[in-house]
Design a protein around this ligand. Structure first.
Ligand code: G6P
Length: 608
């Protein structure tokens, strides 16, 4: 989704801003722009399309200046045109603003500003901010920004520069993440740490209501009441290598192949094999609080929601607690039921998904203890949760989530063990699962060895227009995830369904042109899935089966078999997903799709 970069210091701003934008490209965007204080005023360049286009334009006609702001936009209000790209300026082009989020009262503000004589150039909600600041009273830019924001309803992470205050960037946050990067006589602004990592590892995450002022000499943060605040300085743990391609053609493939390491990261220091339990200090759950839990509600979006569906099986089976899995966007607008004993678990790779964050806040307001299963350290969900489990999967750059999914399932298994053992999960069962978890990284590597076979399969099917993915039990969410991966990056229509539910509708679609992917590891429902395969075969469908090594009894039923190693049935999703990720990846590559930047999608959806 939209990305912000800002710089103030002694070096030339343009190359730093452009490199920062390049690092944010993975978030998804459709236009880009910069505003630089060139010593005489503000110079703005923007275009629809890629950051490379902006780079080419600035190479042709450079802008000199040591402070500025930049943006990649993912259109919400107004088409993705050069005009609507950020930065946006006021009437006299003395103020430039970049903004993530949505100004909810933009229409009313715009009407009032137009009545007051302001001329708008774009269809965006963000432009109202530039005019509001122009209109606002105050002697310094920060005073005017604060005054302008007092009229605003909505969410923002924003950075502002003014022509008459060179060497200053003002930043504000309400609901959309922004951080400051701290250097020596230079400071950075970014919506995500990857944009500043090349320059500094020390960052300050702003809180909602914060306003920060940056100059080459210093920075300070003020709260909503203009009181200067001391905010913690955090250290980013990962290296620049982690956000580079490292020889892979795409981040998605790199991250699929990194899954053994990602899962190791999630497990590190947490498995207690002898005791058959997980050590999860970050949950901040005392044994008393633990025994007071009577139900679990999982809230999430997209792939994280699919992980939540797997989590339901894990927690229900291991801890015998009822689990509801909710789309965060739906849950947040339903009546807030205060049910004592509810533990809410928000799952989010980015930790910034607006709907998941709001669902978590709603649950908290209703009295629930809230946990975050989050990958990005220091993200908003991680900070607002009462406790949680960091995935430690390493940065995920590809828009289509892959390694985070594996780590989320593993984290949910750890949570299941943690909650389950004190609730009666026998020691032997705990030990068995812990041991199976420890084996997973090696088994994922074996599943990854299917790649040549999957590539062949992709060649055969790349021109198909529809796919059906079917699975039962713990494999149903895998079917959903396989279908999601395919549609996200190859734009092939794909649906995931519980295998038996197929009879209630999708069966009407089956003919020789409809490939059906069965997720069918050997587990308690395996024989049932074989019957569902028969139903497809009887109608001439082509079957691709993802199954467990050694399960040959579907013989002639299946047209293609992809065999993953055996593991505990509850953990099979971590392995059965691998060939489906690879299938989506290779189909997309064969179809010439931009795998890491699929059209219309954003990595981190920070608006509702
Ligand atoms: C976007 C991404 C998905 C992701 C979802 C939830 O739609 O494209 O890959 O699963 O957001 O993101 P989160 O960061 O909350 O896991």
């Amino acid at each position: 989704m939209c990305g912000i970069v800002g710089y103030v210091g002694r070096r030339q701003a343009a190359p730093i801003l452009l490199e920062g934008l390049r690092r944010l490209e993975y978030r998804g965007y459709d236009s880009a722009g910069v505003a630089i204080q060139n010593g005489r005023g503000l110079e703005v360049r923007k275009l629809a399309g890629r950051v490379q286009g902006l780079r080419d334009e600035l190479a042709q006609a450079p802008i000199a200046g040591t402070s500025g702001i930049a943006h990649t936009r993912w259109a919400t209000h107004g088409a993705p045109t050069a005009r609507n790209a950020h930065p946006h300026v006021d009437c006299t082009e003395a103020i430039a603003v970049v903004h993530n989020g949505i100004i909810e009262n933009a229409d009313a503000l715009r009407a009032a500003l137009e009545r007051g004589g302001h001329r708008f150039r774009t269809e965006t909600d963000t432009e109202t901010l530039a005019h509001l600041i122009e209109e606002a009273a105050g002697t310094t830019l920060e005073e005017r920004v604060a005054a302008a924001l007092s009229h605003v309803v909505g969410t923002y992470g924003m950075a502002v520069v003014a022509a008459n205050e060179p060497g200053k960037v003002v930043v504000a946050r309400q609901g959309s993440p922004v951080l400051l990067g701290l250097g020596e006589n230079e400071f950075f602004v970014a919506s995500d740490a990857s944009a500043v990592l090349e320059h500094t590892r020390s960052v300050v995450y702003l809180d909602d209501g914060d306003l920060a002022v940056l100059t080459p000499e210093s920075y300070h943060v003020m709260d909503a009441n203009a009181h200067v605040q001391l905010r913690d300085v955090s250290d980013i743990a990962w290296d620049l290598d982690a956000i580079d391609l490292g020889g892979y053609p795409h981040f998605m493939l790199k991250e699929i192949c990194e899954q053994p390491e990602a899962v190791k990261g999630t497990l590190r220091g947490r498995l207690m094999l002898e005791e058959g339990v997980a050590r999860l200090d970050g949950l901040n759950l005392t044994p008393e609080a633990c025994s007071g839990i009577s139900r679990v509600v999982i809230v999430a979006c997209g792939t994280s929601w699919h992980a939540g569906l797997v989590g339901r099986h894990l927690i229900e089976e291991l801890a015998r607690l009822p689990v509801a899995v909710e789309y965060a966007s739906e849950y947040r607008y339903r009546p807030r039921l205060t049910i004592p004993g509810t533990l809410t678990v928000a799952i989010s790779q980015s930790g910034e998904t607006a709907d998941t964050l709001e669902a978590m806040r709603a649950a908290k307001a209703a009295g629930s203890r809230v946990l975050g299963l989050v990958n990005v350290v220091g993200s908003t969900i991680a900070r607002e949760a009462d406790g949680g489990i960091y995935l430690h999967a390493g940065p995920e750059i590809g828009v289509a989530s892959t390694k985070a999914f594996a780590s989320q399932i593993v984290a949910l298994a750890l949570l299941g063990l943690f909650l389950g053992r004190p609730r009666g999960l026998p020691l032997a069962a705990g030990q068995e699962l812990a041991c199976r978890l420890a084996q997973l990284p090696r088994l994922i590597s074996l599943a990854l060895a299917l790649e040549p076979q999957v590539r062949e399969l992709a060649r055969e099917y790349a021109e198909r227009r529809n796919f059906l993915y079917l699975g039962r039990g713990v494999s149903f969410p895998v079917a959903l995830e396989g279908a999601l991966k395919l549609k996200e990056i190859s734009y092939i229509h794909a649906e995931g369904y519980p295998a038996a539910e197929m009879k209630h509708g999708p069966i009407a679609l089956i003919d020789a042109d409809m490939p059906v992917v069965f997720v069918a590891p050997r587990d308690a429902v395996y024989s049932k899935v074989l019957s569902n395969m028969q139903e497809v075969k009887a109608r001439g469908g082509r079957i691709i089966a993802v199954t467990t090594e050694g399960s040959a009894d579907h013989g002639a039923l299946v047209d293609h078999r992809l065999c993953v190693p055996a593991t505990a049935p509850l953990l099979s999703p971590v392995l059965t997903t691998v060939p489906l990720q690879l299938l989506a990846y290779h189909m997309a590559v064969l179809r010439g799709c931009d795998v890491d930047r699929p059209r219309n999608l954003a990595k981190s959806v920070t608006v509702e």
